[in-house]
Design a protein around this ligand. Sequence first.
Ligand SMILES: [Zn+2]
Length: 250
Amino acid sequence: MKPPAIVLCYCCEAIATTKDHIPPKCFFPAKNDLPGNSPDYRSQLVTVPACSAHNNSRSGDDEYTAAVIIMNSKSDLAFSVFNSKWVQAMLRRDGGLGKRIFSTATSIGVTSRENGILIPHATLAIFYEVKRVERVIESISRALFYLESGCQEKWTSECVVKSPKLLNRDLSNTQDAFSLSQINQAFIHGEKRQELGMTRHGVHPEVFYYQFLRSQQMNFIIRMVFYNDFAFFAFPKHKEAAPASCDLAL
Ligand SMILES: [Zn+2]
């Protein structure tokens, strides 16, 4: 009989002794935090082999990222999760996660267009710690890559994380906003046409799903969508900071 294969941590060369939830459990609302007839979003979550050092090693960052995503997603589910005791408690806990998020809030003037009329009004802009969010998404991406390879191959090269939702500090679009939204559209269209690599993976797609697309120029690109609204892309670093939309061999 063959001895059991040794499985390594998705993140380092240590032998995996635990399983880490991907994405972390805190992204998924617990059943008792939602209305009675809601599904159990914490059931059958996907796990990845991890060493004890890398299991829950970023729980503060994870909660911060989950809160940022929930606060900025427009789906009905995100809205009811945001209003739940769970998010409110999460915002209060850990040295005031809420305080940390809202400490950067500043009042700004924006202009909206209603029936063709431009209306100036004040709103609240919050500057998120983008690097923290990117670290968490990077870690999720590396774990998904490991799982996609059947725990055989690790993503060792540098990882780039982008989101069409993240804006510059002055609220203008980032330099690569245009190509990011084109890539997003390409995924949405490809999914409708049921193209290879566009299949949604995830046990609770209302909270999280991902698509893993291999492409000639990019090598691969992972699209992760939280709460049906907040999308991130992760891909290996190339010379250019952002992928051009034509790089997607669709
Ligand atoms: Zn490890």
